[in-house]
Write a protein that binds this ligand. Structure first.
Ligand SMILES: [Zn+2]
Length: 320
């Protein structure tokens, strides 16, 4: 994909284009920004340009096509194997980088989730960054710069990728055939990630969200079995649970907006439910609930027993 096909990352792309134009490509970069904001696409576009020997990949030559398909023999992609990137993966990469390139002018690699290198792998990678083999181009990606080893950070040229604006995402979804309301909701819930917006912007995800929020609003302390069942179901998938908690926060914020007389809510397709809640709860109570959701989120991130954390949350949300 050429640079022009990448959404909302003009700042970083300008820097990369300039380095291509003056022939000063660094040997290691670190792209940081939220998941799904275009880091990997930009890395691939940059490698296309470097391999193609131009300021922009042509997108159609065999080299560009192989990169786009992640099938180029001189491009190596490293991703966590399970929770971490392990030392064997880095050793394998080091062996690959030591060979001469097969087709391209240099070897290139993308290390996705560089914050998840385990300590041994991180130290091994550090050696490669200190003494790069040949003229390899290494691009590290992370949504979590704070967790990247500082010694690794200091050896890379850092480029920050801002979260995409809601308008940018909404316009993109609408251009690609989404219904206006679905596009707006998906963009508001995406947290700057096009990837997340694309996952949310479909009938199944929107229905699932509606069902979940309606179910949550029906919880009552008079009948706690459904509340425990919901906690058990959701606790089985932590990522999903965290996503659902974000939905609940957006829902609570909408209630506050209605209480303040604004109609600019995210969940416009749930207006009757929101209105009911806005009448039923005081703004103070809604604020408390937002804090309770935040506390549950922190508990999940700290790996506290997820089922227990969700049970506690649902019981608190059910209190009148
Ligand atoms: Zn090309």
């Amino acid at each position: 994909m050429p640079f022009s096909g990448i959404l909302g990352q003009d700042g970083s792309i300008t820097v990369l284009r300039r380095s291509l134009a003056v022939g000063k490509v660094a040997h290691a970069y670190l792209f940081d920004g939220v998941e799904g904001c275009g880091k990997k696409k930009t890395a691939l576009a940059f490698i296309e340009a470097v391999f193609c020997g131009k300021e922009e990949g042509c997108g159609s030559c065999p080299s560009c096509r192989k990169i786009a398909a992640l099938q180029h023999p001189d491009l190596h992609l490293i991703e966590p194997d399970g929770a971490f990137i392990k030392i064997d993966q880095i050793r394998e990469l080091q062996r690959e980088l030591a060979y001469r390139p097969f087709e391209a002018p240099i070897k290139a690699c993308i290390i996705d989730a560089a914050d998840r290198l385990n300590p041994a792998a991180g130290n091994a990678l550090l050696k490669t960054l200190e003494e790069p083999p040949g003229s390899a181009l290494m691009i590290l990606l992370t949504a979590n710069t704070g967790s990247v080893l500082p010694t690794i950070l200091s050896r890379c040229q850092s480029l920050h990728f801002p979260a995409l604006s809601e308008t940018t995402i909404e316009e993109y979804l609408r251009r690609n055939g989404s219904e206006p309301e679905a596009a707006r909701i998906a963009a508001s819930l995406a947290g700057g990630s096009l990837k997340k917006a694309l996952e949310t912007d479909n009938e199944t995800a929107l229905t699932e969200r509606k069902t979940f929020l309606a179910r949550l609003s029906s919880f009552s302390l008079r009948e706690i079995a459904p509340l425990f069942t919901a906690a058990e179901e959701l606790a089985a998938d932590k990522e999903k649970a965290l996503e659902m908690l974000e939905l609940v926060t957006a829902f609570m914020r909408d209630i506050l907006l209605l209480q303040r007389g604004s109609r600019e809510v995210v969940n416009s397709d749930l207006l009757p439910l929101l209105e009911r809640e806005a009448v039923r709860c005081s703004p103070e109570r809604v604020m408390e609930r937002i804090q309770q959701v935040f506390a549950a989120r922190q508990a999940l991130l700290r790996n506290v027993n997820p089922r227990l954390a969700l049970e506690v949350l649902f019981m608190r949300l059910a209190e009148q």
